[in-house]
Design a protein around this ligand. Structure first.
Ligand code: HAM
Length: 426
């Protein structure tokens, strides 16, 4: 038997109803904050992620699905391509490619699959889905303002509320600007020098190339060492500190609760200043429901103009796992099951179904070969509210037997009144 590849899965009904509920709700929220959708390719040139996300990150160094293009055109041959492990680099690439700075502040959102070659476990997949947003534009459009950071975090609190995720924790930190980070990296190198020989091989490499990444280490034996390392907070410049303070002040003003976590550095290299994660207790080890932060230098790193930006990505798989509502409660069951009774009735039944569906009622259409008993069983099984009988006598009278399945109440309804009758809540 051929199965779906490791770390991928089929999303089936009724669960897909939950996914649709989440996506429809977040689209509503994005609309209220004046965000617009962007769709970028599912694969990009490998270089985009190497330069954007960072060579030394786990994502780029271990987890990407990369291949060499064997395209027909000479120009394609040998180009290294990668399934996108995240969408921020793609959005910033599109910002540069289409000169989106001409529009001032861009508020963009996306919903779609991402790919990382991780070890699958609860809440961790190789194909997973993100709902993300990016606010990017020239500084003159206000994109560097701490007001944007706070607005995005408040949007997230509102969004989680709207989909019904409660008990989340917002963990907040500032990872400083490039100069702060250079000082911090120096201090980390110094602190690591005497102990790094006892740490894992990844940490030994990171200590030289990119010491900040030591905080990504999951090896249990290394954790006591990591806990003694200095935190970025001591190395923030006055400007970075003021930015961070203002984000916190606005969050307090709009009553979005948060905790500060000075060890939160995020697993991607492009962050500057604000960094955050929302965690949820029900998720177990993979408890980050979403993550994000500010990436002021990313456009320049990718060859574009200065364009401060901030964004987040929600793990949609994890969001769905932490929902309090069930798939059954959001799925829309059929309003009516139409039972054509007797040979030759399919045509009239199809005509009535077409009328009702335009209104729009949810209609399931039976087949004239079914006996009455089988029709009732089918209507029951699919959870229809009504069953509508289309037999010769009904067609001749242009009035139809309509039975409410829960109460057993049956009435004869003229064709012209069917929509009104079925639409009434009962
Ligand atoms: P990230 O923290 O790598 O950030 O991913 C964001 C979220 O995606 C995570 O918090 C998690 O919920 C979900 N996620 C990540 N990997 C997996 C996986 N293997 N299986 C299931 N869910 C997963 C980013 O991707 C950044 N691009 C976020 C961002 C946007 N920063 C600025 N703008």
């Amino acid at each position: 038997m051929i199965k779906s590849p490791r770390g991928t899965r089929d999303l089936l009904p009724p669960d897909t109803a939950l996914w649709n509920f989440v996506e429809a709700t977040v689209r509503d929220v994005f609309r209220a904050y004046n965000f617009h959708e962007i769709r970028t390719p599912i694969f990009e040139s490998t270089e985009l992620f190497a330069r954007g996300v960072g060579e030394e990150t786990d994502i780029v160094s271990k987890e990407m699905f990369t291949w060499e293009d064997r395209g027909r055109a000479e120009s394609d041959k040998g180009q290294s391509l990668t399934l996108r492990p995240e969408n921020t680099a793609g959005v910033v690439r599109a910002y540069i490619e289409h000169k989106l700075w001409d529009r001032g502040l861009n508020k963009l959102f996306y919903i779609g699959p991402q790919f990382r070659r991780e070890r699958p476990q609860k809440g961790r997949f190789r194909q997973f889905y993100q709902i993300g947003a990016e606010v990017i534009g020239p500084a003159t459009a206000g994109s560097q303002s701490p007001a944007r950071d706070a607005e995005l975090l408040e949007l997230l609190a509102a969004l989680l509320d709207r989909v019904g995720v409660t008990n989340w924790t917002l963990e907040l930190n500032s990872v400083g600007d490039l100069a702060d980070r250079a000082k911090f990296n120096d201090a980390l190198r110094q602190a690591l020098a005497p102990v790094v020989a006892n740490m894992c091989s990844d940490c030994q490499r990171r200590a030289v190339t990119n010491p900040l990444r030591v905080f990504d280490c999951k090896v249990p034996a290394d954790q006591p060492m990591i806990e003694t390392l200095p935190t970025i907070t001591e190395f923030l410049s006055d400007q970075s500190r003021a930015h961070y303070e203002e984000v916190k002040n606005i969050l307090n003003a709009v009553q979005v609760p948060f905790i500060e976590n000075p060890r939160l550095v995020r697993g991607l290299d492009y962050y500057q200043k604000t960094a955050f994660e929302f965690t949820h207790g029900a998720l177990g080890a993979q408890n980050a429901i979403l993550g994000g932060g500010r990436y002021d230098g990313l456009s320049e790193a990718l060859g574009g103009p200065p364009a401060p930006g901030i964004g987040f990505a929600i793990g949609e798989d994890r969001l769905v796992l932490s929902l309090a509502v069930s798939a059954e409660s959001v799925i829309r069951k059929p309003d009516v099951y139409i039972a054509p009774l007797g040979i030759g009735m399919n045509r009239d039944a199809a005509r009535i179904a077409r009328e009702l569906r335009r209104h729009p009622l949810v209609v399931e259409l039976g087949d004239e070969s079914f006996r009455l008993k089988k029709s009732f069983e089918t209507a029951d099984k699919i959870g229809a509210r009504y069953i509508l009988i289309v037999g010769e006598n009904e067609v001749a009278a242009d009035a139809f037997a309509l039975k409410h399945l829960a109460s057993g109440e049956q009435v004869t309804v003229p064709r012209a009144d069917l929509v009104q009758h079925i639409s009434q809540p009962k």
